[in-house]
Design a protein around this ligand. Structure first.
Ligand SMILES: NC(=O)C1=CN([C@@H]2O[C@H](COP(=O)(O)OP(=O)(O)OC[C@H]3O[C@@H](n4cnc5c(N)ncnc54)[C@H](O)[C@@H]3O)[C@@H](O)[C@H]2O)C=CC1
Ligand SMILES: O=C(O)C(=O)CO
Length: 312
C-alpha cells in the first residue's frame, strides 16, 4: 500500500515513521512537487492541486477537523478530487479535550467576573462585586457535533445549564437540543454564553451578526472556537459597544493573522488567541488514520467521511 503525506508545517519525518510503524504493510512517503507515482491514500493539509489531481486514490485524509479550506480549493479546481474518492477528516483525536479546556476556563473566567476584577485592578479599585448565578448563565453551543458535544459535557459537569443548536436534533444527556433555523430564535433567547463550534459552510458564513447577537440575553458573551468567517466582525464590535455583549473571546478571525489595523486588537472587552483552540495531536491523529485505513482495507464501515454536498 502506498501513502503520500503533505503538510506545510508538521514534523513530516515523525509522521512518516509513526504511520509506517502502525501500518506495517504500507510504504509512506512525503509528497514532493513532481511526484506522480502511484498512491492509494493521501494525507493532506492545504494540498497543492497537483498532489491529488489525476490520482486513482482509495481515500484522502484531511489532517484537521475542518475541511473548509480543502473544499474551497475543490470548488475552484473540481478535477482535483472526483466525488468517487472519499474524503475523511479527523474526528476528535485529542481536539475535544483541548476545546473543553478552552471553553471551561473562559466560561469560569466570565462567571467569576475575573474580567471585571481585571478592569478594576487597572484602576487600583478594591471592590467586591455581586456573584453571578448559574441559572442566569445558560451556555448555548452552536454546532453540536464531535467537538460541540464534548464542550457541552464539560460545562454540564460544572453545573451550568447547557443547550445546543444544530441542523438536526441531538440527544446529548442533560443538554436541551434545538434544531434548524426555525428553532434558532428560541435557542438564542435564553443563552448567556454563546459558543460557536459550527463548520464553515455556505449556510453558516456570517451567521453571527448583529441580528443574531441582539437575540441573546443582555450582557452576554461570545466564544468563537470554529472559524472567523462565522462572525461579522464589525457587527460584533457594535454589539460590544452598545453593551449587548459584555465580552468576546476569539480564537479565529476572518483574516489570519488578524491584520494590525483591526480594532479587535485594542478592544478592552475582547480577548484573543491565534487559532490554537485545538490543534492536531500527532499521536492520536496517526492512530485514528491507521485504524481507519485498516478498516477501509477490510471493507468495514468507518466514520469520519465528509459529506461534500453538506460541506462538512
Ligand atoms: N479553532 C480551532 O482550533 C479549531 C476549530 N475547529 C472547527 O470546529 C468545527 C466543528 O468541528 P466538529 O465538531 O469536529 O464538526 P462536526 O461536523 O462533528 O459538527 C458540526 C455540527 O454543526 C452542525 N451544523 C452544521 N451545519 C449546520 C447548520 N447549517 N445549521 C445548524 N447546525 C449545523 C452539525 O449538525 C453538527 O452538529 C470544524 O468544522 C472546524 O471549523 C476544529 C478544530 C480546531
Ligand atoms: O482542525 C482544524 O480544523 C483546525 O482548525 C486546526 O487548528
Amino acid at each position: 500500500m502506498e501513502i503520500i503525506f503533505y503538510h506545510p508545517t508538521f514534523d513530516t519525518p515523525y509522521w512518516i515513521a509513526q504511520l509506517s510503524k502502525q501500518l506495517p504493510g504500507a510504504n509512506v512517503r512525503e509528497w514532493k512537487k513532481g511526484d506522480n507515482q502511484h498512491a492509494d491514500y493521501a494525507l493532506v493539509w492545504h494540498p497543492p492541486v497537483e498532489m491529488l489531481q489525476g490520482r486513482d486514490l482509495k481515500a484522502v485524509f484531511a489532517l484537521g477537523a475542518g475541511v473548509d479550506s480543502i473544499l474551497s480549493k475543490l470548488k475552484a479546481n473540481p478535477e482535483m478530487l472526483p466525488e468517487s474518492i472519499p474524503l475523511f477528516r479527523l474526528e476528535d483525536t485529542g481536539m475535544g479535550l483541548q476545546m473543553q479546556e478552552y471553553a471551561v476556563s473562559q466560561v469560569l473566567h466570565w462567571f467569576r467576573r475575573f474580567d471585571d476584577y481585571q478592569a478594576q485592578q487597572q484602576k487600583s479599585e478594591w471592590q467586591p462585586l455581586a456573584d453571578y448565578h448559574r441559572e442566569d448563565f445558560t451556555i448555548g453551543i452552536m454546532g453540536a457535533g464531535v467537538l460541540g458535544g464534548k464542550v457541552a459535557e464539560s460545562l454540564l459537569a460544572w453545573g451550568f445549564p447547557v443547550r445546543c443548536w444544530s441542523r438536526s436534533r441531538k440527544t446529548l444527556p442533560g443538554v436541551q437540543s434545538f434544531a434548524g433555523t426555525e428553532e434558532l430564535g428560541d435557542f438564542l433567547r435564553e443563552t448567556r454564553v454563546l459558543i460557536n463550534l459550527l463548520p464553515n459552510t455556505a449556510e453558516t458564513v456570517g451567521i453571527i451578526n448583529l441580528n443574531l447577537l441582539n437575540q441573546l440575553q443582555d450582557n452576554s458573551y461570545l466564544l468563537n472556537l470554529a472559524r472567523g468567517v462565522h462572525v461579522v466582525e464589525e457587527e460584533l464590535l457594535q454589539a460590544l459597544n452598545n453593551n449587548k455583549l459584555k465580552g468576546a473571546m476569539l480564537d479565529v478571525f476572518s483574516r489570519e493573522p488578524l491584520p494590525q489595523e483591526s480594532p479587535l486588537w485594542q478592544h478592552p472587552r475582547v480577548v484573543m488567541t491565534p487559532h490554537i483552540a485545538a490543534v492536531t495531536r500527532p499521536q492520536e491523529a496517526i492512530a485514528y488514520i491507521a485504524r481507519t485505513i485498516t478498516g477501509l482495507e477490510r471493507g468495514d464501515h468507518v466514520s469520519g467521511q465528509v459529506d461534500r454536498q453538506r460541506g462538512y
